[in-house]
Design a protein around this ligand. Structure first.
Ligand code: ATP
Ligand code: FE
Length: 335
């Protein structure tokens, strides 16, 4: 079974070819254009997807060494994401499936961030059901009980900003370019995590809140730079380490609570922020600290990529769960 998968939900145009559960190619075109704006500009993202989609798909087929006539089905991201971005991938996938007369398979982007663990790859392991998935990305922060591939229940989520946003907005305050998450991660590893204590939000149960942290950082930086205009330059590594320390603690606290509450000790992380070195380490440490079985995705399957869309496409293909060609993109679709 050869699946061509298309991902265009946000600012990365990606295409992948999977042979059964294995990835033959996974091409991602990043959109550098947003760096200057401190965040993704939806209009520009949509336009860049239109420019990228054909070359990216061509490259994915070429690397996989597959002719489009050999494809078994086309999988695509239906949502959630930016409408103008989703429409490009959706329209492309629909027309190609129609032209080749092969099945079309819609994929939920957030399910894909979780099911990326089912890609067969030596660098990662496949979790056993039931497991807890922590999806941490640019638009979401969720704790999900995964009972089966397509039987998922969200038991906790953010009531305001996503954790990726917390990273990116903190970075913006510090004058870092978008996306700031990977830069903060790198700088944090050279700084003192206890240099500047930031408050942890008081949110009941398994929900999250990150907007208070962002405000606390903003006020702290404003106050400090008033006294010393060079405060950020002189303390950047320590500030980043302190932000990272606070965020990782917030996430770990909730994960421990969720594990206790559900009795589930198999834990998988997914989404762009699961590339974070401190979060990966905290999860790994949980194996001997709390008896967890930790599943950490391979780097290229953390931020947006079509390989994760392809594995969901394959799992749905096995169930003959196909999509009608009248389908439209859905920017707010739930898990
Ligand atoms: P969603 O999946 O919710 O629709 P998205 O697709 O925009 O959102 P992803 O591509 O999954 O998000 O993740 C992007 C986010 O991951 C950005 O906010 C980025 O800063 C963050 N990120 C990437 N690498 C790291 C890292 N090493 N540490 C912290 N954050 C990171
Ligand atoms: Fe994503």
């Amino acid at each position: 079974v050869y699946i061509l998968a298309i991902e265009s939900s946000c600012d990365d145009t990606s295409a992948a070819v999977l042979q059964n559960g294995k990835v033959l190619s996974n091409v991602v075109a990043n959109q550098k254009i947003h760096e200057a704006y401190g965040g993704v500009v939806p209009e520009l993202a949509s336009r860049a997807h239109q420019q990228n989609i054909v070359p990216v798909v061509h490259q994915a087929l070429a690397i996989a060494n597959i002719d489009k006539k050999q494809l078994t089905a086309i999988a695509f991201t239906r949502g959630p994401g930016l409408m103008g971005s989703l429409l490009v991938g959706t329209s492309f996938a629909k027309s190609l499936a129609l032209g080749l007369n092969i099945p079309l398979i819609e994929v939920n982007h957030m399910q894909a961030h979780i099911l990326a663990h089912f890609i067969e790859d030596e660098a990662q392991s496949i979790p056993k059901f039931p497991f807890l998935a922590m999806t941490i990305s640019g638009g979401h922060t969720q704790i999900v009980v995964v009972k089966d591939h397509f039987d998922m229940e969200v038991i906790g989520e953010t009531i305001d900003d996503a954790v990726g946003e917390a990273y990116d907005k903190s970075g913006k305050i510090l004058g870092l370019s978008y996306p700031a998450g990977p830069q903060i991660d790198k700088l944090a590893n050279q700084g003192n995590p206890k240099a500047f204590p930031f408050p942890k939000p008081k949110v009941q149960g398994l929900n999250f809140s990150f907007s208070g942290l962002k405000t606390a950082i903003l006020y702290f930086i404003q106050k400090q730079t008033k006294e010393n205009p060079d405060f950020i330059q002189e303390n950047l590594k320590d500030i980043c380490a302190s932000i990272q320390y606070t965020i990782v603690n917030i996430i770990l606290d909730k994960l421990k609570k969720a594990s206790k509450q559900t009795g589930i000790k198999t834990i998988a992380i997914g989404g762009g922020v699961s590339a974070n070195s401190a979060i990966r380490k905290a999860l790994k440490d949980g194996e001997f600290k709390f008896g967890w079985t930790a599943h950490i995705p391979k780097f290229e399957y953390t931020t947006d990529n079509a390989a994760m869309i392809g594995i969901v496409g394959y799992l749905k293909y096995l169930k003959k769960d196909f999509t009608d060609e009248a389908v439209t993109a859905n920017s707010r679709i739930k898990i």
